[in-house]
Design a protein around this ligand. Structure first.
Ligand SMILES: C[S@@+](CC[C@H](N)C(=O)[O-])C[C@H]1O[C@@H](n2cnc3c(N)ncnc32)[C@H](O)[C@@H]1O
Length: 233
């Protein structure tokens, strides 16, 4: 019963699945996101040689490949198997897959000598630091902003298990009327409050290359990327 409450709403999940089945993914960029192109180093904070970057609600973003090509381990979570398989197919990367009962889903791993990519095909709400931890960075694009307002708390509950002081956390955020969405604008003070004491948020840059028609969505004024920092609370 408890798990049922924690999992993604069935109707919400069907909405996303239908979009992928209908090849309807208007958020997808065919190019590397400007913030990643310019500021990938922020996500590569590990003092060890290897950095590990988390991409929640990853879809089939090409940013995964870009970050992996820089030598990072990249871990994504995505509920649609179509998106995950498309990612590997479109980049000609061989993969293996295995069941992961703890997340009621599957893990798809790159199976070449060049990349270290792990994409969990599951509901993010079943993911936590018990599955993967030790991230140097988090790239949150089309993720927190895509959450229904009623799901925000459980989203931050998962993310809070993954963050730590020193992590590099970049979050894209539409600048949009607050009553419109998804994608939603979440004001800086609300993000800080939801991530809890110790979290501070600053604007890093404005995004000028957006998906077609994105800026014509009702109430949309622009898109920014914020940097979240965490201190011991
Ligand atoms: C707006 S898209 C963003 C995709 C990607 N971050 C990008 O920038 O291209 C949101 C993605 O999250 C997936 N998704 C939505 N809710 C999810 C959940 N609870 N767990 C895992 N994936 C989810 C959807 O299937 C969709 O691919």
């Amino acid at each position: 019963m408890l798990l049922k409450i924690l999992e993604m709403d069935a109707e919400e999940m069907k909405g996303w699945m239908d979009m992928w089945e209908g090849k309807n993914f208007p958020w997808h960029l065919s190019f590397v996101h400007q913030a990643i192109d310019k500021h990938a180093q922020i996500l590569m904070t590990s003092p060890q040689a290897k950095n590990k970057i988390f991409v929640p609600l990853c879809g089939k973003t090409v940013d995964i490949k870009f970050l992996a090509d820089l030598g990072n381990e990249v871990v994504g979570v995505e509920v649609s198997e179509i998106a995950v398989k498309d990612f590997f197919k479109e980049h000609n990367i061989d993969y293996t897959s295995e069941d992961v009962p703890a997340v009621k889903g599957k893990l798809f791993r790159s199976n070449d000598h060049k990349h270290k990519i792990k994409l969990y095909c599951c509901d993010l709400f079943l993911f936590s630091s018990e599955i993967e931890s030790g991230f140097s960075g988090i790239w949150d694009r089309g993720s927190y902003q895509a959450m229904l307002i009623s799901d925000r708390e459980r989203y931050t509950r998962v993310m809070k298990t993954l963050v730590h002081p020193g992590i590099g956390y970049l979050m894209e955020m539409p600048d949009r009327d607050l009553d419109k969405g998804p994608p939603y604008c979440v004001p800086v003070d609300v993000v800080e409050k939801e991530f809890g004491p110790g979290c501070s948020v600053v604007k890093l840059m404005e995004v000028t290359k957006n998906p077609p028609d994105f800026l014509t969505l009702p109430g949309m004024k622009g898109v920014n990327v914020f940097r979240l920092s965490f201190q011991e609370s």
